[in-house]
Design a protein around this ligand. Structure first.
Ligand code: CTP
Ligand code: CA
Length: 230
């Protein structure tokens, strides 16, 4: 594969990438999770290393080998992902939230395995998880320069229905600089090596990335990040 753009344009930059999907424990053997494979996040980590960045990859429940040259922090739950991302972001130039974060977790975690009973099972009550991407944006708006965190914040969104309108609304709501919008369904995105997306840029631009390897989408994201850091 031919590297596009300036191959070392992230040299001296620290970047954080989250990948995979968080799991929320119901009891010691069960969890609520999602279908994220981590492939897009790992492609982002590999391409950032290739372009010279110092990369921290926060990986949630991913069955992929560690990418060479990246620091990998493995996490399971959203609380762990949040802690790892916020810690690594404190000194980073850019953060890319490619992980699929569980929106809800069971309100209580059973210490013992839930057993079958004669009657109907108890319902599982859910509570909202913190929104890490929104928190990064919020922090940047409010904090002093020293505590502001990454200069460039990138989110991902899988949408159905009115994909671009949903994406624009989400970009504004989260306060990030770039939002990579995937259309889901019809075998797209999950677990496949290829992807197509639209990268929405705060301020109104949209960059179409045609169906192709997840590395191509990753390089487009880093092109846009590098432009903003320059
Ligand atoms: N995200 C996050 N923390 C959460 C949920 C999502 O940081 N608790 C991040 C994801 O990593 C992703 C972006 O926010 O980069 C968008 O995630 P998405 O699930 O599309 O957005 P939500 O705000 O959760 O909205 P929805 O109701 O559509 O799921
Ligand atoms: Ca969500």
């Amino acid at each position: 594969r031919v590297l596009r753009g300036s191959p070392r344009d992230l040299a001296g930059r620290k970047v954080v990438v989250s990948a995979g999907g968080t799991r929320e424990a119901i009891d010691p053997v069960r969890y609520i999770g999602n279908r994220s494979s981590g492939l897009q996040g790992y492609a982002l980590a590999r391409t950032a290393v290739a372009r010279g960045a110092e990369v921290t990859l926060v990986a949630a429940n991913v069955a992929l080998p560690d990418p060479a040259g990246a620091k990998v922090v493995r996490v399971e739950s959203t609380a762990e992902l949040r802690e790892a991302v916020l810690e690594a972001s404190a000194y980073a130039d850019a953060v890319v939230m490619a992980a699929a974060v569980a929106d809800f977790r069971p309100a209580t975690r059973h210490d013992s395995k839930i057993k079958k009973t004669d009657g109907e099972p108890e319902p599982i009550r859910l509570t909202k998880n913190p929104d890490i991407l929104a928190e990064l944006g919020e922090r940047r708006r409010r904090a002093s320069a020293a505590e502001r965190g990454p200069e460039v914040i990138v989110g991902f969104a899988a949408e159905t229905d009115d994909v671009l309108a949903n994406g624009q609304a989400k970009l504004a709501r989260k306060g990030c600089d770039l939002l990579v919008v995937n259309q889901v369904g019809e075998g797209l995105a999950f677990g496949t090596p290829d992807n197509a997306a639209t990268v929405l840029v705060a301020g109104g631009d949209a960059v179409e990335v045609p169906f192709g390897p997840k590395e191509d989408l990753a390089d487009t994201v880093w092109d846009l990040v590098a432009t903003r850091l320059a």
